[in-house]
Design a protein around this ligand. Structure first.
Ligand SMILES: Cc1cc2nc3c(=O)[nH]c(=O)nc-3n(C[C@H](O)[C@H](O)[C@H](O)COP(=O)(O)OP(=O)(O)OC[C@H]3O[C@@H](n4cnc5c(N)ncnc54)[C@H](O)[C@@H]3O)c2cc1C
Length: 389
C-alpha cells in the first residue's frame, strides 16, 4: 500500500509516533510473547496495570494531558495517530498503552485545582483507573436525560439511581456519575467523581460482552458524597452539559482513530491473504470480486482517516468539533465494521476459527457503532447541523 494522504499531512508528529512505535516493538511485543497474549481476549489485569504504568513513565499514556498533572501536553492529533497505530500494529498490548475508558476523562480538564491533584494526576500516571457511569436502563442515547438524582444534603450530596453497561467498573477506583440535580433550578445534569469504595455504591450484572471487557450495572443507593465530588465545584453548576458534550466529542475522535487502526490491520491481513491463497489455480486476489472487497475497504479507510485527522486538528485549534467529530466517528465506525466483514469474507472459513485475528476483530469492532453515541446519534447531530431539528 502506498503512503496514505494523512501520512503526508502529519509529518510534524512523526518523531513522537516513531518513539511510540519503538516502545511497542522493544517493550510491548516481547511482553505479549512472554505473557502468552495473542489477542485482547488474553490480557490479565496485572499485565494491563503494568503496561499502563510503564507507558505513563515513558510519556505515552495520557500524554495529551497538561504537564502540571503529569502529562506531556501532546497535540490531540498526535494522540489520534498513536491510537490508530496501536490498533494497526497487531500487538494486543499496544491499545492499553494509550488511555481508553479506564484512563483520565477529558471531563477533568475542567476540574478544580484540588480535584486535578486528587483525581487527575493519579489517573494520568496510570496509578488509578476510573469508569464512566452515564447509561441507564431507561436509555443511554439521551445521556443528558438522567433519571439518577443528586440531592443537596448537609455536608454534600446524596446520589440515587442505577447505571448500566459501565465498562470495567469492577476494576475502577473512581466512578464518574452523571446525575440530575434536584431542586437547583431548571433540571440539569451534573457529573460527580465518586470513590468506588463509598458506602452505597455496588455492582450488579458484571458480565462480558463480545470481548472479555466486563460491563457492569452500578447501583447508587443513597450514596453520600462531599462537596468536593461535584466536578468543578459549586461555581460549575450549569456548565456540565457543555463539558459532557465536549468530552464526548474528544472520545468520538479517539473511537474514530481506533476504527481506522482496526480497518488498516484488517486490510493488511486481507491483502496478504489475497496474494497467497490460491483457488481455481490462481491467487484469490486476482479475482475481481475479491479485489472489490480490498479496494472498497481502502477507499473507506482513507476517507475516514482524513475526517478523523481534521477533527483532531480542530480540537488542537480550540475549535468546537461536535459536527466534525460526529462525521469522523460515523464514517470510521461504519467503515471499519464493513471492512472487517469484507476481509472476513476474503478469508473464507479460516476467519471463523477461534483465535484467528479476523475472528477477534469481528467481535472487537462491533461496539464502535454503539459507544460514545450510536451511529444514529451521530446522524442526529449532523441533521441538527443542517437545521433539521
Ligand atoms: C462495549 C460497550 C461499552 C460501553 N461502556 C459504557 C460505559 O463505560 N459507560 C456508560 O455509561 N455506558 C457504556 N455503554 C453504553 C452505551 O453508551 C450505550 O449502549 C449507548 O449510548 C446506547 O444507549 P442504549 O444502549 O441505552 O440504547 P438506546 O439509547 O435505548 O437506543 C437504542 C437504539 O435506538 C436508537 N435511538 C435512540 N434514540 C434515537 C433517536 N433519537 N433517533 C434515532 N435513533 C435513536 C439508538 O441509536 C439505538 O440503535 C457501553 C456500551 C457498549 C456496547
Amino acid at each position: 500500500m502506498s503512503l496514505s494522504p494523512v501520512t503526508r499531512y502529519t509529518s510534524e508528529h512523526a518523531p513522537l509516533l516513531d518513539e511510540f512505535r519503538a516502545f511497542v516493538r522493544t517493550e510491548l511485543e516481547p511482553l505479549a510473547r512472554q505473557s502468552d497474549t495473542e489477542t485482547g481476549d488474553d490480557i490479565t489485569p496485572e499485565v494491563r496495570s503494568f503496561v499502563r504504568r510503564r507507558s505513563a513513565e515513558r510519556g505515552f499514556y495520557a500524554g495529551e494531558y497538561p504537564e502540571d498533572v503529569g502529562g506531556r501536553g501532546h497535540p490531540f492529533a498526535a494522540k489520534v495517530l498513536m491510537h490508530e497505530y496501536a490498533e494497526e500494529c497487531g500487538c494486543p498490548l499496544a491499545p492499553i498503552a494509550l488511555c481508553g475508558p479506564a484512563g483520565p476523562s477529558p471531563l477533568l480538564l475542567w476540574a478544580t485545582r484540588d480535584q486535578r491533584e486528587r483525581y487527575l494526576r493519579p489517573l494520568v500516571e496510570g496509578r488509578a483507573t476510573r469508569c464512566l457511569a452515564a447509561t441507564e436502563p431507561g436509555g443511554g442515547s439521551d445521556v443528558m436525560g438522567s433519571a439518577t438524582t443528586a440531592t443537596r444534603v448537609d455536608g454534600g450530596w446524596r446520589l440515587s439511581g442505577r447505571k448500566c453497561y459501565v465498562t470495567d467498573a469492577h476494576q475502577a477506583d473512581l466512578v464518574f456519575v452523571v446525575a440530575r440535580l434536584v431542586g437547583e433550578g431548571a433540571a440539569q445534569p451534573a457529573v460527580f467523581v465518586v470513590d468506588a469504595a463509598t458506602p452505597g455504591v455496588s455492582l450488579e450484572n458484571v458480565r462480558p460482552g463480545l470481548v472479555p471487557e466486563m460491563l457492569c450495572d452500578v447501583v447508587l443507593d443513597d450514596v453520600h458524597v462531599g462537596p468536593e465530588a461535584l466536578l468543578g465545584g459549586e461555581a460549575a453548576i450549569g456548565a456540565h452539559q457543555d463539558w459532557t458534550l465536549r468530552a464526548l466529542t474528544r472520545g468520538r475522535v479517539v473511537v474514530a482513530a481506533t476504527c481506522n487502526g482496526i480497518a488498516a490491520r484488517a486490510l493488511r491481513l486481507g491483502v496478504s491473504y489475497a496474494r497467497t491463497k490460491h483457488s481455481f489455480g490462481a491467487p484469490i486476489g486476482t479475482y475481481q470480486h475479491v479485489q472489490e472487497h480490498i479496494v472498497s475497504s481502502r477507499v473507506a479507510l482513507e476517507s475516514a482517516r482524513l475526517l478523523t485527522f481534521a477533527a483532531a486538528q480542530d480540537i488542537d485549534d480550540g475549535v468546537e468539533a461536535l459536527e466534525q467529530a460526529a462525521l469522523a466517528k460515523l464514517v470510521a465506525s461504519e467503515g471499519a465494521c464493513r471492512t472487517v466483514d469484507r476481509i472476513f469474507q476474503v478469508h473464507g472459513g479460516a476467519a471463523w476459527v477461534r483465535g484467528h485475528p479476523m475472528e477477534y476483530l469481528y467481535r472487537y469492532v462491533r461496539a464502535t457503532r454503539i459507544v460514545e453515541g450510536t451511529s444514529e446519534v451521530q446522524k442526529l447531530i449532523l441533521a441538527a447541523a443542517e437545521g433539521l431539528t
